[in-house]
Design a protein around this ligand. Structure first.
Ligand code: ZN
Length: 397
């Protein structure tokens, strides 16, 4: 993704905000329909049907009709994509969008004529109903057919051009690598490397904690509260920037170094692992860390796998990884007792000692799906076909 900072004028901000509001409204309606929908009511309407309902709703409500139809249709499409990701098991269930949190909208059918170069540093992009909005061209603008405009919690606007990254060629010894999503560390490789996604530094995390405590005491609607919120948002935005940067670098690095990249299959992992630890080794002292890392693990892991699949197409395999942390990567013995602690694995059969996440990554690299009895299944290739989903009806808009 190629993201640039947008600098809209005050008038443009008002229209951008209304686009965000419309996208949020349509998304939330689609979600509401979904939560009411039941298999016994017959097949749920697809995107085409929802789209027709949106047309009706626009005819009825002037404020909706005043907005951009592209923005509203894309919110429906984004929702259908999110739902498909949920049913596939690669993404969390879509949730209601709240005002001021992760706001944004998408524009499609973008043509080269929708860009204008102003000078060495500045360009403009045409946004429906908004007009030409300035952005700082910090690097070359990729040829994109769609873009997403977002406002982060610090109030900064960005435009992100949807570019599927080019595949990265293998340029090393190659081979197979297993990547395990750790609870304490961001990712463990079967090579023995522990990768840490940079979050907030210790002093920044402490500052965030203090700000949050002060916010809890600040009076609602006060200036002080607004200032605190903005400072918290800036820290959070910094954390998220670092995470995205890390994902880009790490995915390129892995795609370049290894021929086959095996990752845990999230769908199965989600059932056995919670933020507090694993079923195998329920977390005790990981709680505080888990809280801090939750965002990184949830957002970062999904993005990392997506980027890997784009940069190493056909070379990523998902391994059902439910019991990989109980299995000894050296002798194959499966025992819950071998997981001595959150970070330590000591095999009760052969005495093999290892970092627990690296032991799991080695099992993943071997392509072993371990059952509670210690049996194994074969690696499943990445399934890129979207499964049939049942998008909700928008009736009642
Ligand atoms: Zn062993």
């Amino acid at each position: 993704m190629s993201r640039f900072r947008l600098y809209p004028t005050a008038d443009q901000v008002a229209v951008l905000e209304s686009h965000c509001g419309h996208a949020r409204y349509v998304w939330n309606l689609a979600l509401e329909q979904q939560s009411w929908w039941h298999p016994r009511r017959g097949p749920a309407p697809g995107y085409a049907e929802q789209n027709r309902q949106l047309t009706d709703a626009r005819r009825e409500f002037g404020w909706l009709a005043a907005g951009s139809v592209i923005v509203q249709q894309q919110a429906l499409r984004d929702f259908a994509t999110a739902l498909a990701g949920f049913f596939r098991g690669s993404h969390r269930k879509p949730s209601f969008r709240k005002r001021g949190r992760g706001e944004g909208f998408r524009n499609v059918a973008v043509k080269p004529g929708d860009f204008r170069r102003e000078n060495r540093r500045w360009s403009r992009v045409r946004v429906p109903k908004v007009g030409w909005v300035r952005f700082r061209r910090t690097r070359p603008v990729p040829a994109a057919t769609s873009f997403r405009v977002t406002r982060d919690r610090a109030g900064r606007w960005h435009v992100a051009f949807a570019v599927v990254p080019d595949p990265v060629a293998v340029s090393g010894a190659g081979g197979v690598v297993g990547v395990d999503r750790g609870v304490v560390v961001s990712a463990a490789l079967s090579t023995g490397e522990l990768l840490r996604c940079p979050g907030l530094r210790r002093e920044e995390a402490a500052r965030l904690f203090r700000l949050q405590r002060r916010l809890a005491r600040a009076k609602r609607g006060s200036h002080r509260r607004g200032r605190l919120k903005a400072r918290i948002a800036r820290l959070r935005a910094r954390e998220s920037d670092r995470r995205k940067d890390w994902v880009e670098k790490t995915s390129t690095d892995l795609a370049r170094r290894f021929e086959v990249i095996r990752v845990e299959d999230l769908k199965i992992r989600q059932m056995t692992r919670s933020a507090r630890g694993t079923v195998d080794a329920p977390g005790t002292n990981v709680r505080a860390k888990a809280g801090l890392n939750r965002g990184i693990l949830a957002g970062g892991w999904g993005l990392l796998v997506r980027r890997l699949e784009q940069k190493a197409p056909g070379r990523v395999e998902r391994i059902p990884a439910a019991y990989t942390s109980r299995r000894c990567s050296s002798c194959g013995h499966v025992a819950a007792e071998s997981r001595e602690s959150q970070s330590r694995f000591v095999c009760v059969a052969c005495g093999h000692e290892s970092n627990a996440d690296i032991n799991a990554a080695r099992n993943i690299a071997a392509g072993r799906a371990v059952t509670p009895q210690g049996g194994r299944a074969l690696a499943v290739p990445v399934n890129r076909e979207p499964q049939r989903t049942a998008p909700p009806s928008l009736a009642g808009v």
